[in-house]
Write a protein that binds this ligand. Structure first.
Ligand code: PLP
Length: 345
C-alpha cells in the first residue's frame, strides 16, 4: 500500500528512474557472480576515481551492514567505539554493534548530533589498562541524525585527535551526498581527504533501490574485509545489480542532483514552518531534515494525515525528512495543514 505524501524518511521514496533503467540494462545474459563481473569492476573504478586510487571499495546491501561490517573489520572484542548518543549505530541498529561487532559502544551526549574533540576527551580513559575497554574508533555520521553537517575542518580535527591516540575515524555516510551537496564540495573532501579511515557510503536513501559501499582509505585496513563480508552474509551473488545502480548514481552527478533537491525541500519546509506562530525549529537545517517542536495535540492530529516521526517519544520534537521525490507542493500542503492544526489560520 502506498502511503500519502509523508515526511517520515528518505527511505519512503521510490527508486529514481535512471536507477531502474540501469537495473534493466544489466539484466540480460549471463554474468559471473559475486562481484567478478565487468559492471562491478566499472562501478568500483568510478568510486575509486572519487575516493582515491588507494582506497578499497566493497558493496553491501544496506546501511546497517555497512556500519557493522566496516567496524567489525577494524575492531577487536576488547575495543570501544565512541559515537554520538543520537548515532544510528547506537539507537537504531538493535544492539547490533554489541552483538555482532562485540565491541563496547560509548555514547557521547551532543546537542546537535556532532562530536567534537572537547566532547570526546573526557571519555578517553583506561588506555593500556587491561581492566578497561580500549578506545579504538570514533564513529561520526555525515550528515548527522540531527540534520547537521560536519565541516571538513571539524572532521580533520577529529581525525587528528583519533590518530594521535592510535584510534581510527569511521564515518556513517548514509547521507554523505546530502552533506556534500550542502557544503558544495566533493564526497572525498569530507571523508578520506579530511582524515576518515573507514566510510559507509549510502545510496539507498538518495534514489537507489538498495546498496551501500564500504570504503577503506588505507588498503591495509581492508585486508580481511572480503572474509568479514562473506561471514556477515553480505556478499551478494548477483552483485551486478548493486554495481549498476552505483554507476548510474555517479553518472551525471545523479547523487548530487537528488541530494540537492532533498536539501532544498528541507529548506523550503523550514521557511514555511518558521512563518507559523508558535512553531520552533530545534536544529539547524543543513541537510534534508527539519527538526521542529510542535504542540502535542497537533502532532496527534497531523499524524492521522501525514507520516512523520517524533524524535523522542516523550517530547514534542518531530523529525521531518525530505527526499529526492519530495515536491514543493507536498511541502506547501503539509505546512498549510500544520497552520490549520495550530489554529494559525
Ligand atoms: C544515519 C544512518 N545510518 C545507517 C542507516 C541504516 O541503513 P539501513 O536501514 O539501510 O540498514 C540509516 C537508516 O535509516 C541511517 O539513517
Amino acid at each position: 500500500m502506498a502511503i500519502f505524501a509523508g515526511f517520515g524518511s528518505d527511505n519512503h521514496s521510490g527508486v529514481h528512474p535512471d536507477i531502474l533503467n540501469a537495473l534493466r540494462n544489466v539484466n540480460g545474459g549471463y554474468v559471473v557472480a559475486y562481484g567478478l563481473d565487468e559492471y562491478t569492476t566499472q562501478a568500483i573504478g568510478q568510486l575509486k576515481e572519487i575516493f582515491g586510487k588507494e582506497s578499497s571499495v566493497f558493496f553491501v546491501y544496506n546501511g546497517t551492514a555497512a556500519n557493522m561490517l566496516g567496524l567489525r573489520n577494524v575492531t577487536d572484542s576488547f575495543h570501544s567505539i565512541f559515537c554520538a548518543e543520537s548515532a544510528h549505530l547506537t539507537v537504531h541498529e538493535c544492539c547490533g554493534p554489541e552483538n555482532y561487532i562485540g565491541a563496547k559502544l560509548v555514547n557521547i551526549p551532543t546537542p546537535d548530533g556532532k562530536l567534537t574533540v572537547d566532547l570526546i576527551e573526557p571519555f578517553l580513559i583506561g588506555v593500556d589498562d587491561p581492566h578497561m575497554a580500549q578506545p579504538h574508533v570514533i564513529s561520526i555520521t555525515q550528515a548527522t541524525e540531527r540534520g547537521t553537517v560536519y565541516r571538513p575542518k571539524e572532521i580533520q580535527d577529529l581525525a587528528d585527535f583519533a590518530h594521535k591516540h592510535h584510534m581510527l575515524l569511521h564515518m556513517d555516510g548514509a547521507r554523505l551526498s546530502n552533506a556534500a551537496a550542502f557544503l558544495k564540495t566533493g564526497l572525498h573532501e569530507i571523508s578520506g581527504k579530511a582524515g576518515v579511515d573507514v566510510l559507509s557510503f549510502g545510496g539507498t536513501k538518495n534514489g537507489m533501490m538498495y546498496g551501500e559501499a564500504v570504503v577503506f582509505f588505507d588498503k591495509n585496513l581492508a585486508k580481511n574485509f572480503e572474509f568479514i563480508r562473506k561471514q556477515g552474509m553480505q556478499l551478494t551473488s548477483k552483485m551486478r545489480y548493486i554495481s549498476a545502480q552505483f554507476s548510474a548514481f555517479l553518472n551525471d552527478d545523479l547523487w548530487l542532483r537528488n541530494a540537492s533537491h532533498a536539501n532544498e525541500m528541507a529548506r523550503l519546509l523550514a521557511e514555511q514552518l518558521q512563518s507559523i506562530p508558535g512553531m520552533e525549529i530545534s536544529q539547524k537545517v543543513e541537510a534534508n531534515m527539519v527538526y521542529a517542536i510542535i504542540p502535542n495535540h497537533c502532532i496527534i492530529k497531523l499524524q492521522k494525515q501525514y507520516y512523520f516521526h517524533r524524535f523522542n517519544e516523550r517530547t514534542c520534537e518531530v523529525r521531518l525528512m525530505c527526499s529526492f521525490t519530495t515536491q514543493p507542493q507536498d511541502v506547501l500542503s503539509f505546512s498549510q495543514a500544520i497552520r490549520k492544526t495550530v489554529g494559525a489560520q
